[in-house]
Design a protein around this ligand. Structure first.
Ligand code: HEM
Length: 142
């Protein structure tokens, strides 16, 4: 029970969570970490191998590189390479919030809009039907 000192960083399933403060200090060629899609990668050993050069990686080291990584349009091979450097997850407090609440809002708005979009044409159809009936009756009597 003595080796529970690391419990703050380790979730139940054994995944490590890092805060941005820890990641920020890993921005030198001796130790370079980046965050891509909320996952933390230790790319120290990859700097010299990177086809896009060491400089661009060092510029991003110690920070969130998701946008730069996506802007380049990296190949599937490049995405698969990421797994070799995976060391853990970005701490929940440092993640960008918003995507889940947005999804909830869209779902509830969707429900009410289908109801109204269905009702308006139905009323219009009834009105047209009644008007047509009157028109036919008038036409017959004259
Ligand atoms: C840490 C994870 C990264 C890995 C594993 C990785 C891997 C690769 C690979 C395999 C290529 C060759 C082309 C391809 O297969 O898409 C490449 C090219 C490139 N990468 Fe990365 N990359 C990483 C991060 C980044 C970041 C953060 C940037 C931007 C700042 C970047 C900028 C570039 C550029 C500019 C090229 C050259 C594209 C070209 O010449 O067409 N890479 N990278």
């Amino acid at each position: 029970m003595n080796n529970m000192g690391d419990v703050n960083h380790t979730a139940d399933c054994g995944v490590k969570y890092y805060t941005m403060d820890e990641i920020k200090s890993r921005n030198v060629s001796k130790e370079a970490w980046v965050v891509i899609h909320d996952k933390v990668y230790d790319i120290t050993g990859f700097l010299e191998e990177h086809p896009g050069g060491e400089e661009v990686l060092l510029e991003q080291a110690g920070s969130v590189a998701t946008e730069s990584f996506e802007d380049v349009g990296h190949s599937t091979d490049a995405r698969e390479m990421l797994t070799q450097y995976y060391i853990g997850e970005l701490h929940m407090d440092d993640r960008k919030k918003g995507s889940t609440t947005e999804a909830l809002i869209t779902t509830s708005a969707d429900g009410s809009s289908t109801w109204t979009t269905w009702l308006i044409p139905a009323i219009a159809a009834v009105v047209v039907g009644v008007m047509y009936r009157y028109y036919m009756l008038e036409h017959k009597s004259s």
